[in-house]
Write a protein that binds this ligand. Sequence first.
Ligand code: AMP
Length: 387
Amino acid sequence: MATPIPIEEVRALVEDYPRTPVIATVGSHSALDVADGAVTEKFPSLVLAQEGREATYARYFRTVRTPGGLRRRGCVDEVWTYPKFADLAQHESQERLRRHGALLVPNRALSSYVPLPTIENELRVPIVGSRAMLRIEERTERENYYSLLEAAGIPIPRRIASPDAIDTLAIVKLPHAQRRLERGFFTAATPAEYHRKSEQLLTRGTISADDLATARIEEYVLGPVFNFNFFFSPLPPRSEGLEILGVDERRESNLDGLVRLPAAQQLELSESARIPEYTVVGHGTLTVRESILEDVFRIGEKFVDAARARYPPGILGAFCLQTCLDHDGRPVVFDVAARIGGGTNIHLGLGHPYGTALYREPMSTGRRIALEIRHALDLGRLKEILT
Ligand code: AMP
């Protein structure tokens, strides 16, 4: 059976790397933030794109230099395209990445488009982050982010054992039947509503019976969504390791479209059109009431400690805890990204409010990642931030 690449083996790869590594990431999700941060910290940036999906990077944000070599515009220095994203893990592609000195910043595009066993067992390119924790995002895994959050003592939405046990407003979490990376979520407040809505969604082809059978049902937390973008560094003393860089919220289609309709118009829609979909199409920025911040830090610290115990060396670098704030303003974590979150582009180039307050200059997540690499290089401790 294939086994995960030993961490020492990955870390040893950088011994043959050029002096200045290249910050690489998969071209989707948060790649612009990573590229922008890389070049701000004077690293070359490399985006790994899929043919037909490269224009944003290869054309619109590509680095253009003056004849003298100065950056005139853009932040994507190089784009390598592959027929499929997963091809970046082929033997020759890996070799090319290593020769180039690539440090790979993992994002959701990497863990969605390159199979997790390939990332864990075959991808011999150093990852700036927590390779072994990418899998916990899969809700269908037995060991997933819910078990980690529970072990950490972090509040999560109450699990509801079965459709017939629904006794409050609940959310049913399963993938979209056709667009597998999207959601086929729906809400129900009673078993009867569950059965009625699931029938409609099955007929519509939004969800499949197999996914429905294994869906997680949990209490719907009535409250605004705050996605906390954290950063954890193993370089300073533990007490200084955790930072909150910024907070984002999402725009979801067609949920947000429905919410923008006055109630009278919502009620005029057909019953099935009233069931929203949760396809993330963009993000906005938020700050949190200051008296809540300490609670958020407490949760972040618990997450770091639990991750260290369960998945050594634990969480490294950027991660995101997605929360709803309940009626008491308590964050309840309903999802985790054990890598850069999907909403960090909100502060691309500008810096996050909290990150900037901390660093006294514009600090986006992408820049913070590059700064971490810079610090680690200066300290001769690069290996400690790689897995
Ligand atoms: P996720 O796929 O976990 O990122 O969730 C997608 C969306 O579903 C979130 O942005 C929330 O709006 C919503 N959501 C997920 N879980 C809950 C919950 N337990 N309570 C309320 N809203 C939720």
